[in-house]
Design a protein around this ligand. Structure first.
Ligand code: PLP
Length: 381
């Protein structure tokens, strides 16, 4: 069966051409980047080249980029390190948004449970952005960290993090401002991040067509963060463990690709427009965020009165891969917390499906998918 892959926000597939490029670069340089012999030094050069490529995407210096195993690690690292700073009389307060990815939400809740901080979750507006006024109202002297998603993985909505960081620092210059920009790289202009008031940023290679299992953290020069992993002192002693050289080479190549091909998602955007135009003609279809409010490659929708399972089965039978959202342990769908926080009713929040397109998707695929949605609607009429 030929699959249509429409779950790019979960992972953007790697092309064979890219894998061959990684192999060509890696094959003659397979040392440990910490070894001092020539092959070690050559592996080290590859790692440093990738570090520069990623830094260039965000207008940062290469030494501000630290490789990790994934964005989940980067997010956990900053959360734990911010809570580990000495706060004498304060009861440290962390601000997160109600739309955070689980790699922020879950560790923040765990830190709160251990009594290390208080976590305040800030609501979302109907358009999916964080409620900026409510967020800024919480920034006081006890507030030690703000953790915000930049581009949302489900809605595709972008928070105005740079101006929020300026405003937050006016209220408390010491607050740590972290963003999760995993879904922003290659979709949103990021070249001013390096000079902004943002202290740290998480990224992941597999969201831009690189290998899975490698991420990085941008940390502003001069801002101190204790390491999560101790050992061999790699990554300037902030992230011990032998670097994943293949993954890092892949990350660097893809970062250069998205930077130098600003229209790399052009066909994904056309496919998304086509899919949404078709949905808009179906009376049952409800798209949660209008395309103009998003990065243009994702559709989060439900079919009024038609359980999500019906659509998922129809997609599955046709070999179409989409995101079903979260299910609880028993497999029963649970309402999506981001949609609930946007004020969307519980039924729609439980029965929505995410379609996300990438570099290889074409309008014909969007049409085939829309045909399947139409059939699913027709079957229940
Ligand atoms: N943050 C966001 C917004 C994501 O979409 C993802 C991936 O789903 C992550 C963090 C976690 O990234 P990784 O798979 O590299 O741990």
């Amino acid at each position: 069966m030929d699959f249509i892959y429409a779950d790019v926000n979960a992972t953007h597939p790697c092309s064979k051409e890219h894998l061959m490029q990684v192999w060509d670069m890696l094959q003659p340089n397979q040392g440990n980047p910490s070894s001092i012999h020539p092959l070690g030094r050559r592996a080290r050069l590859l790692v440093e080249r990738s570090r520069r490529s990623i830094a260039e995407c965000i207008g940062a210096q290469a030494r501000e980029i630290f490789f990790t195993s994934c964005a989940t690690e980067s997010n956990n690292w900053v959360l734990q390190a911010v809570c580990a700073r000495p706060f004498f009389e304060k009861r440290p307060k962390l601000l997160i948004s109600a739309g955070e990815h689980s790699s922020i939400r879950v560790p923040a809740a765990a830190l709160e449970k251990k009594g290390l901080c208080e976590v305040v979750s800030i609501g979302l507006q109907r358009n999916g952005q964080v409620d900026e006024e409510a967020l800024l109202a919480q920034v006081d002297q006890n507030c030690v960290g703000i953790f915000l998603i930049h581009t949302h993985n489900e809605t595709g909505v972008v928070n105005d993090v740079e101006s929020l960081a300026i405003e937050a620092k006016k209220r408390n210059p010491d607050v740590w401002f972290h963003i999760d920009a995993v879904q922003s790289l290659g979709k949103v202009e990021l070249r001013s991040l390096g000079g902004s008031f943002i202290d740290s940023v998480s990224f992941s290679a597999h969201k831009i067509g690189g290998l899975q299992g490698v991420g990085c953290l941008y940390k502003k020069e001069g801002r101190m963060l204790s390491p999560l992993l101790l050992g061999g002192g790699q990554e300037r002693a902030l992230r011990s463990g032998t670097q994943n050289v293949a993954g890092i080479v892949s990350f660097g190549l893809r970062a250069a690709h998205v930077l130098h091909h600003p229209d790399w998602l052009g066909s994904a955007k056309l496919a998304t427009q086509r899919f949404q135009r078709r949905l808009q003609k179906m009376p049952h279809a409800r798209i949660h965020v209008s395309l103009t409010e998003t990065v243009g490659t994702v559709t989060f929708f439900c079919l009024e009165g038609i359980p999500r399972e019906r659509l998922l089965v129809a997609f599955e039978q046709a070999g179409i891969c989409v995101s079903a959202g979260s299910a609880c342990g028993s497999g029963t769908p649970v309402p999506n917390p981001t949609l609930l926080a946007m004020g969307i009713d519980a039924w729609a929040a439980t029965h929505s499906v995410r379609v996300s397109f990438g570099e290889a998707n074409r309008e014909a695929e969007a049409d085939r998918m829309a045909d399947i949605v139409e059939k699913a609607v027709f079957a229940v009429k």
